[in-house]
Design a protein around this ligand. Structure first.
Ligand SMILES: [Zn+2]
Ligand SMILES: [Zn+2]
Length: 172
């Protein structure tokens, strides 16, 4: 989605969906896949050349569980809150620090602002580093590699017993 700075007066509400957002390298089996288009509803408030963009972005991702390696649907419902300033107003890192605000400031160049990267970043900020398909995911068996959510293997039982025996030995 592209907005033209010159067309924004005061406040503009923008609503829509970005289709086909892809993580770079998605073809090579990256573990984040956009399962649905990203829907957004944003309020752009202009004061001078500075744009405050606030609203919701959401979609469903397909992630790969870090424990059992199964794919699972992961809904993201995020709040975007950023400020866009023209490049000519770019502050140095120390100036930003002085400003002391927590707000994310981005810079634009010219009359057009491409929003997809901001939407993309906001979604990715909500992806866990180690995604897990569910709180009760049993993961893969360390011995035989079986997905313990789908099948019962004997390894866990044996290892458990062995550990029990050793413990008894130490306790005695
Ligand atoms: Zn899992
Ligand atoms: Zn096993």
């Amino acid at each position: 989605m592209v907005i033209r700075v010159s067309e924004i007066e005061g406040e503009v509400r923008i609503k829509g969906a970005v289709e086909g957002l892809k993580t770079p390298g998605a073809e090579e089996g990256a573990d984040v896949v956009f399962h649905t288009p990203v829907e957004y509803e944003l309020l752009v408030r202009r004061s001078g050349d500075i744009m405050r963009v606030k609203g919701s972005v959401g979609c469903t991702l397909t992630l790969t569980c870090s424990k059992c390696m199964d794919e699972f649907a992961f809904p993201v419902d995020a709040e975007l809150d950023i400020e866009l300033a023209p490049k000519t107003l770019m502050l140095s890192a120390s100036e930003l620090e002085l400003k002391g605000e927590d707000l994310d400031v981005y810079y634009y160049d010219g009359d057009e602002i491409e929003f997809d990267p901001f939407i993309y970043d906001e979604i990715m900020l909500n992806v866990p580093i180690k995604p897990v398909c569910g709180e009760d995911c049993k993961g893969l068996c360390e011995v035989c590699g079986a997905n313990r959510n789908h099948e019962e293997c004997r390894c866990a039982v044996t290892a458990g017993t062995l550990f029990g025996e050793k413990l008894k030995f130490f306790l005695n």
